[in-house]
Design a protein around this ligand. Structure first.
Ligand code: ZN
Length: 406
């Protein structure tokens, strides 16, 4: 079973004996069901075990929510992510829990009998149980918030898979919105929930150990409960304070897109140059890091995001660039007009015969119609080889599914 995941470093034999058994209940911080029907808001903290701020924020708020059940619509579910890694304050035990949520992996996890030997497969099975229960109870829209922190210091920000429904939700928060991060990383839980039809948002609240990260996550949680309409704004005295906490901490409400990811493996001996912060401006050619081959320079002028200052992780840093309001409005218009449905009529662009939501684009055409055009129309990049660019249309860009099939 270990061959499904790379990075098998510590065996589960080194875990405490009681933690080798499935314990889905350990993931549930609280489930607060309102007296009135409404949407479901699922909030997850600590999918990375060295990022406890989201869990601490959820533990701060749940009792106050519980006391207001009479005016709560729908349900708020607060969850712990990687419980065994959280106990040890490490990012993960055997493998990154936020890289294994491909549809295929989830199907395999369900078919497997017995207890997996990889700690994170056990965690995934447990989380599937509690998330599925919440989705099965849901009567309205489903929202999914994933709370993280970074190894570098800097302003909090939101990561958003670029559907119009996600954008609309994310604009409720006074945060910088980062589009396209999920395109760079496979198997995240948010992308999985997004493909099911949930409205999703990730939040990076600040540095792992900073208490302000807990404050920022708390503010995000309260604002989310109003953005989803779980609470009416007049029933939530915390709202104004939460907005000002986030406003003060964040670097404004711009929208940026990911342009470049510097992927790393342990053998690279990657080391970031000291002192970089999230959203720090860098010029093309500036030395950002070093590895065993030599200096790593910025491939273009932009803003640096999530420079890696910890041992574990496979993203060295990202480069992002601001997206102007004009382009956001244009893409919303083009998507509402469903222009993406006609792209296969262009020369050099064809539908994948196995998946009608995928387009296969000849790279000769991809040079004329670059990836950004497909982004505008609501596609995400799947692969880019010598001959082809493959993109897929996001399933629930404009409307939610009639039924959630988990
Ligand atoms: Zn994280």
């Amino acid at each position: 079973m270990t061959n499904r995941l790379q990075d098998t470093m510590i065996s589960t034999a080194q875990l405490k004996p009681e933690s080798q058994f499935a314990r889905p209940a350990a993931h549930l911080i609280a489930s607060i069901r309102g007296a009135l029907p409404g949407p479901t808001l699922i909030i997850l903290g600590g999918i990375h075990g060295n990022e406890p701020a989201g869990v601490l924020a959820a533990e701060r708020v749940w009792l106050r929510m519980q006391k207001r059940r009479a005016v709560l619509r729908g349900e708020v579910v607060l969850l712990r992510g990687n419980t065994r890694a959280l106990e040890q304050r490490v990012r993960y035990i055997n493998a990154d829990l936020n890289r294994q949520w491909t549809a295929e992996n989830v199907r395999t996890a369900e078919l497997e009998q017995g207890t997996p030997e990889v700690s994170e497969l056990l965690e995934q099975n447990e989380l599937l149980i509690v998330i599925r229960e919440a989705i099965n109870r849901a009567l309205g829209e489903i929202y999914f918030l994933d709370l993280h922190t970074t190894s570098a210091h800097g302003q909090p920000f939101a990561t958003v898979g670029d559907t119009l429904r996600n954008r609309r939700f994310a604009l409720n928060f006074p945060l910088t919105i980062v589009l396209g991060l999920e395109e760079q990383i496979d198997g995240t839980l948010l992308e999985y929930a997004n493909n099911l039809g949930a409205i999703t948002m990730g939040v990076e609240a600040g540095q792992h150990e900073a208490m302000t990260s807990v404050d920022n996550h708390e503010a995000v949680i309260w604002i989310a409960t109003v953005a989803t309409e779980n609470f009416r704004r007049e029933d939530l005295p915390e709202l104004d304070k939460s907005r000002s906490v986030l406003k003060r901490a964040s670097g404004g409400e711009k929208v940026v897109e990911v342009r470049h990811r510097h992927a790393i493996v342990p053998d690279d001996h990657f080391e970031m140059e000291p002192g970089f912060k999230n959203f720090q401006a860098v010029r093309r050619g500036k030395i950002l890091a070093r590895d065993r081959v030599g200096a790593i320079k910025a491939s273009e002028t932009g803003l640096i995001l999530m420079p890696l200052y910890q041992a574990l992780g496979d993203d060295g840093f990202f480069l992002v660039r601001e997206v102007k309001l004009f382009w956001l409005r244009l893409s919303a218009l083009l998507r509402k007009l469903k222009v993406g449905h006609y792209m296969h009529l262009l020369p050099g662009v064809r539908r994948d015969p196995l998946n009608e939501n995928c387009l296969i684009i000849n790279t000769r055409i991809a040079r004329i119609l670059p990836l950004q055009v497909f982004h505008l129309l609501g596609f995400r990049r799947l692969r880019w080889t010598d001959k082809y660019l493959v993109v897929s249309r996001r399933s629930y860009d404009l409307v939610r599914p009639t039924k959630f099939v988990f």
